[in-house]
Ligand binder design. Structure first.
Ligand code: ADP
Ligand code: MG
Length: 315
């Protein structure tokens, strides 16, 4: 290959990249572009290993590496679990930051799109859900919230059906005393009702809510609560789970003075909402989608739910 061609394939696009060891990574294709960065599939020419290289977008280039990135790195370095994507390397210049991750085949959103038949395999749905919950339980046991769980942030190895949590850009150690957590963090479809209603000191139950939404979506092959505004989102949730009141969710009226404005819906039978799920699955789903975050099942307890009693049988 001509030298210029070789160079065009190398990850040395920016002028100020000269000082980074990027000659090592051959860019193969762009695989993702999200809120915080562009992700490329690359080959490590020294080891031949295929990796995912995430280039972090600069909020304010003059101010150096963004805080969100620093947070992602420090969190990920601490996370060592088979259901959490592994951070292999960090490369940085004064201005830019590149995270090198183990490469997985695709994310769950793409998988559901390209292989919709997987929803007809209840064992596979169960296996994926189990792994999501294991990853989440691990995060929560380290006092870390993911806060942006959605199919696009769950990566899958197709050969082994291994699933791993990715994209901790918005994660944050609960122990950091920052007072109230930022609003507008979890994607709308998977956003917990307590966030939608304005609770500022939300915690680990927000992730479990997101997992519940993902569970139903895997079975139904369509989003459970496809709202496009916050108000539609909350109305949609209430129309299925029932409109809360002081009996079902103590404190809800203090959370929003406007709760009386919502139509008073009764909870629907989840079997009519997710018809292809068995009784144990429906019971677990109902517990993950409990409106009151205090009463919502934890990821750790969910792993012990009856729905998973046959999980060892899955190869
Ligand atoms: P963002 O903050 O931009 O959302 P993500 O880390 O979620 O960044 O990556 C964006 C997309 O890139 C993901 O939805 C996924 O499709 C793909 N991707 C990210 N990391 C990997 C990886 N390690 N292996 C394969 N694909 C990945
Ligand atoms: Mg993402």
């Amino acid at each position: 290959m001509a030298l210029s061609l070789v160079l065009s394939h190398l990850f040395v696009l920016e002028k100020d990249c000269d000082d980074i060891k990027f000659e090592q990574y051959e860019k193969l294709e762009k695989i993702g572009k999200g809120t915080y960065g562009v992700v490329y599939k690359c080959r490590n020419c020294e080891t031949n290993e295929i990796v995912a290289l995430k280039k972090l977008k600069m909020d304010k280039p003059d101010e150096g590496v963004p805080y969100t990135a620093v947070r992602e790195i420090s969190l990920l370095k601490e996370m060592q679990h088979e259901n959490i994507v592994r951070l292999l390397d960090v490369e940085h210049t004064e201005k830019r930051l590149y995270l090198v991750f183990e490469y997985l085949d695709l994310d769950l959103a793409k998988h559901m799109e390209s292989s919709p038949e997987f929803s007809r395999n209840p064992r596979l749905v169960k296996l994926f859900l189990y792994q999501i919950l294991r990853g989440v339980a691990y995060c929560h046991s380290h006092r870390i919230l993911h806060r942006d769980l959605k199919p696009q942030n769950l990566l899958i190895d197709l050969r082994t059906n291994t699933l791993k949590l990715a994209d901790f850009g918005l994660g944050r150690a609960l122990s950091i005393p920052l007072g109230t957590l930022t609003h507008q963090m979890v994607t709308l479809l998977y956003r917990a009702p307590e966030i939608l209603l304005g609770l500022k000191k939300y915690s680990t139950p927000v992730d479990v809510w997101s997992v519940g939404c993902i569970f139903a979506e895997m079975v139904n092959q369509k989003p459970l609560f496809p709202g496009d505004t916050e108000i539609k989102q909350i109305r949609m949730i209430f129309s299925v789970m029932g409109t809360p009141n002081e009996d079902t969710w103590p404190g809800v009226t203090a959370l929003t003075g406007l709760i009386y404005k919502y139509p008073k819906c009764l909870p629907k039978d989840l079997a009519t909402v997710v018809p292809n799920l068995d009784a144990a699955g429906l019971d677990l789903l109902g517990k993950m989608l409990c409106l009151d975050p205090i009463k919502r099942i934890t990821a750790k307890s969910a792993l012990e739910h009856e729905y998973f009693k046959d999980i060892e049988l899955i190869p």
